[in-house]
Design a protein around this ligand. Sequence first.
Ligand code: ADP
Length: 155
Amino acid sequence: MKNKIALFPGSFDPFTIGHESIVMRALSLFDKIIIAIGYNTNKTGFFPLEDRLTWIRDVFSNEKKVEVDTYEGLTVDFCVEKGVGYILRGLRTSSDFEYERAIAQMNRTMHPEIESVFILTLPEYTHVASAIVRDIILHGGDASMFLPKKMKIRK
Ligand code: ADP
């Protein structure tokens, strides 16, 4: 039988309460969830990769079913490397849906054995976006209400 291991890929720049909620809700569906920060050596993120990794590890330090990792390259290649059968993604809006649909269908064409699974965001997190959190922090605002409680960001 197929392992119920899911990869939750993203840039998580930074990880937000929206991401946290998707992982927590998906825990009952899977035996293990690997949160995987995708990176590109030619295009660095806003927050250093090492910080993003540490912050997410802190959030799930008491959750044995969650692992945090980084990868470069195609998400499906990393799934194959890790023996993962499911890609987990969150959906907020119809534009998220269109974007995710294209990626999921292309991934499926390349690797039909990997199933993409989507969880619809809670209504209270529909507006939560890493890009806006970055902007708040960049301009010296307090973004703590959009970040998981166990996450201590300093910029
Ligand atoms: P990417 O750069 O791959 O879009 P993100 O870190 O922005 O990565 O997001 C990772 C996943 O989390 C995506 O599926 C995205 O739609 C989802 N996501 C982001 N914010 C939220 C939220 N507030 N509620 C639910 N899902 C979310």
